[in-house]
Design a protein around this ligand. Structure first.
Ligand code: ADP
Length: 345
């Protein structure tokens, strides 16, 4: 590579042709050239300044020093104070005078975040499975030893074990469903379905628990057929989950109202279904996180109601697949309204 001004403009051109953030450093750690993605990380005024003034990354300065010292390329993971993460490759730029070090940075922030989410999910699943499993193992041992000849205890323990097995079964069912829905999310359903029919089918599926809670499900609003593009099984699942939640977390003895109406959205005409209960409602701080997997306002209550903490996550993914919206309107002490808005075309 040639020296002087011609050399530096060649280097600048070379860096500009790179899609990744890249910059060069002279022997005093002054940034001599940087492409646009690099300036986005280092700041617009980084050129001509010491790198340490633009970036808080002692590991990077150490890697640069190591490259100068022994010539071997270095690869590091750089974590910046704002949580951004970069994979950085540091190497000598061959033939440059004065000697230059080239740093190429690949933004891996979202990769790292996805990895953290995945790890947390696996930890949550393991924990959710381990709780009922530990209980069952304890009862099995008791039945084999202390309660071996006690028929009353045996009946009681088998009841508890059956409940715990049911909990594990629901969890596995919801996990499978979630992964299926996530896998299909990009493909919008093409079938045309009658929404009131779907609501009636969902209401029929929750009738038993609605009766146990004394909370009948009342469907009102637009009458007759209302067609929307959708997957019938998945839409039934959405309203089944929402109605079941409204019954579980609503007020005992008070109805759950499901109302169909029309709405004009930024993307055209849509049908809106409000599922409203008269329960305690939800504190505003929880609303943005409700559809996260395993997020519960009150874990104890959710478990007591047989919940897995996955119902609303499944709802969200199905609605995304249908290019619709989920709105949650709730206030402590005022009940909750979960609204599903589905485009008509
Ligand atoms: P779960 O299996 O725990 O019911 P969901 O994903 O369906 O899981 O719901 C997540 C949490 O949202 C619930 O644990 C509950 O705390 C809260 N929630 C959902 N629906 C309602 C509702 N209608 N009223 C009050 N809280 C609700």
């Amino acid at each position: 590579m040639s020296d002087g001004a011609e050399g530096s403009s060649l280097i600048a051109e070379f860096l500009d042709g790179m899609p990744l953030a890249a910059f060069t450093l002279d022997p005093r750690d002054i940034v001599t050239a940087a492409n646009v993605p690099a300036l986005a990380v280092l700041g617009e005024r980084a050129r001509g300044r010491n790198l340490a003034l633009s970036l808080r990354g002692p590991e990077l300065l150490e890697a640069v020093a190591a490259v100068r010292h022994n010539g071997a390329q270095q690869r590091i993971l750089l974590r910046l104070p704002d949580e951004a993460q970069f994979r950085v490759k540091v190497s000598n730029l061959p033939g440059a005078t004065p000697p230059l070090v080239l740093c190429v940075m690949q933004d891996v922030t979202s990769e790292a975040q996805n990895e953290a989410i995945r790890r947390e999910f696996v930890a949550n699943v393991s924990h959710e499975l381990r709780t009922p499993l530990t209980a069952m193992m304890g009862f099995i041992e008791t039945l084999q030893t202390a309660a071996k000849d006690d028929p009353a205890a045996r009946t009681r323990f088998l009841d508890i074990m059956s409940r715990e097995a049911g909990r594990m079964n629901r969890l596995v069912r919801d996990l499978l469903q979630l992964s299926r829905v996530e896998a299909e999310e990009r493909v919008r359903p093409r079938e045309s379905v009658d929404l009131p029919g779907i609501l009636r089918a969902a209401a029929a599926s929750v009738r038993q628990i609605a009766e146990e809670h004394g909370s009948p499900i009342v469907i009102t609003g637009i009458e007759g057929r209302v067609m929307v593009p959708g997957d019938p099984d998945q839409l039934t699942q959405v309203f089944l989950n929402l109605m079941e939640n409204a019954v579980k977390y609503g007020a005992k003895g008070k109805p759950v109202t499901v109302t169909l109406s029309r709405e004009t959205t930024s993307r055209g005409e849509a049908i809106r279904v409000d599922v409203a209960d008269q329960g305690d409602g939800i504190d505003q701080i929880h609303l943005p996180r409700l559809t996260e997997r395993f997020y519960r306002v009150d874990t104890h209550r959710s478990r007591a109601e047989g919940g897995t903490g996955l119902g609303l996550a499944i709802v969200k993914h199905i609605i995304n697949r249908h290019r619709g919206w989920l709105r949650i309107d709730s206030e402590k002490g005022r009940g909750s309204v979960f609204s599903v808005i589905l485009p008509e075309s």
